[in-house]
Ligand binder design. Structure first.
Ligand code: F6P
Length: 470
């Protein structure tokens, strides 16, 4: 498989591997390539070790633009993009990672009808293996003797085992950004697939999870299906919000502008219940809307006095089930607006267009933040809102979010399936006294920023380097 990298990139001392890399390319109308850099915990984590650390980020080409960049030999220093064939990537990413592994770890199947592990699944699984092998081979090629390799997420579960065989000298870590399934749910997978996934992960020297709960779930699966975790160490690293970045970014003029626009849309004197999500099936936006409707029924005094600001940004739109979910979010929002709206009041302000500055504006002005996922590895929105909030914000938080373990004392916690309880929690948040809200927000913000991305990354790297090669 072709790739963009020069010889200087070989013999890297620190390697990161993830499906989505820090840069993506677009072919412009005039045929030129436009590079777009992404953000997130890994990007700021890696920048913490500095350019002299000899780091290499191995990622997959995701789009035609990316594949064109690889073909033309265009690339960024410190990034190796793998030109995984589009059909192999489609099977591995959409077919296995997002339609099977994501579903298993987030408990998303409607089990009377799915999953059905048929011949098509086996065909896609072969692509998942090929895609993982492409990563293992690239890492084996570019890693210096004894280098540290940090493999990311459910897309690349087989890489540690494959890489161990190719390069026994390396120190291999894997980090899961998702929850891990409970034993009985993981058991839905065919026996050989379960074993392959666990053995692939256990090829690592060290596995990282966002919370103790997900780490324990993994260990339980190993005990049940793989004779235990063996020599592989397991660590917990609860990624926190990046306070410095957020505070600075949220006070730039573009955010101020959007705040003014949002305030005008919400209307004078009204409170705002804010949610911001990538529209993944696990985010539970639909039940959030149902709870809001329930609030308007149970407490008619809130009508005209509150607005639900829901930012639901598109994600994984190649999958029909994601598109259908988005359509349901839209339909229900309209239904609520039709049923309850008045000439001067739109109860739900739904916005589907990703706009980071506007998200920050909403964080700043929110009276209540609604974070009610069915299940979530961490959920950084729950951690970002208290950091950015201008005057304090009540946090309604699902007990199934990883962030629950760090924020539960000062959040209003809910069972994400319980619409009535969520409606009561929204009411409690809206009626919380300003002083209490401000106090809780201060404590939430401290807990949310306990482990900033740079430290989160360094802790993992150091822990991996401390392991003596066997
Ligand atoms: O939120 C969990 C997560 O696995 C992140 O680690 C990762 O960035 C993202 O989901 C993957 O999303 P996408 O399918 O858009 O690349």
């Amino acid at each position: 498989m072709a790739s963009t990298h020069d010889t200087a990139a070989r013999a890297a001392e620190v390697l990161v591997a993830s499906n989505r890399g820090p840069v993506s390319y677009e072919v412009r109308e005039d045929g030129s390539l436009h590079a777009k850099r992404g953000g997130g915990g890994l990007v700021s984590g890696l920048s913490a070790i500095g350019p002299e650390a000899g780091a290499l980020w191995v990622c997959s080409a995701l789009s035609d633009g990316d594949r064109e960049a690889v073909r033309r030999g265009v690339g960024e220093e410190g990034v190796r993009m793998l030109a995984v064939p589009a059909d192999v990537h489609e099977d591995a990413y959409n077919g296995i990672a997002n339609s099977v592994l994501w579903f298993v770890h987030h408990l998303l199947y409607q089990t009377p009808l799915e999953p059905a592990f048929d011949a098509e699944f086996r065909r896609q699984w072969a692509s998942y293996e090929a895609y993982n092998r492409a990563f293992a081979e690239a890492l084996a090629e570019d890693a210096a003797d004894g280098a540290a390799v940090l493999v990311q997420d459910y897309h690349l579960c087989l890489v540690p085992g494959m890489l161990r065989e190719l390069r026994p000298d390396l120190r291999i870590g894997h980090f899961s950004h998702t929850p891990w399934a409970p034993v009985d749910y993981f058991a839905l997978l065919p026996a050989d697939i379960r074993e392959q996934l666990l053995r692939g992960m256990l090829g690592a020297d060290r596995l990282g999870f966002l919370t103790r709960r997900w780490a324990d779930a993994f260990t339980a699966c190993c005990t049940e299906f793989a004779g235990g975790p063996g020599k592989t160490r397991i660590g917990v690293h609860g990624l926190g919000a990046d306070a410095d970045f957020l505070r600075e970014r949220s006070h730039r003029p573009d955010v101020d502008e959007r705040m003014a626009a949002l305030r005008a849309e919400i209307g004078e004197g009204r409170k705002a219940i804010v949610r911001v999500d990538r529209t993944e099936l696990s985010k539970n936006i639909v039940r959030g809307l149902l709870a809001y409707r329930q609030l308007l029924d149970d407490h008619p005094e809130w009508r005209e006095r509150v607005v639900h600001v829901a930012f639901a940004y598109p994600s994984r739109q190649d999958l029909a089930v994601y598109r259908d979910y988005m359509a349901e979010v839209r339909r229900l929002s309209e239904e609520i607006n039709d049923a309850y709206g008045t000439p001067g009041w739109t109860p739900v302000l739904l916005n589907l267009k990703d706009d980071f500055a506007r998200s920050l504006a909403a964080y700043r002005l929110a009276d209540v933040a609604l974070v009610n996922p069915i299940r979530d590895g961490m959920n950084l929105v729950a951690k970002e809102v208290p950091v950015v909030s201008d005057e304090g914000c009540a946090l309604v938080l699902s007990r199934e979010a990883g962030a629950y373990w760090e924020l539960r004392e000062d959040a209003i916690t809910v069972n994400p399936y319980d619409v009535l309880e969520t409606a009561r929690a929204l009411h409690e948040g809206l009626t919380m006294k300003p002083e209490e809200r401000a106090e809780r927000t201060k404590r939430l913000s401290a807990a949310a920023t306990a482990l900033p991305p740079a430290q989160w990354f360094l802790d993992q790297l150091n822990a991996l380097r401390e392991i003596q090669p066997s």
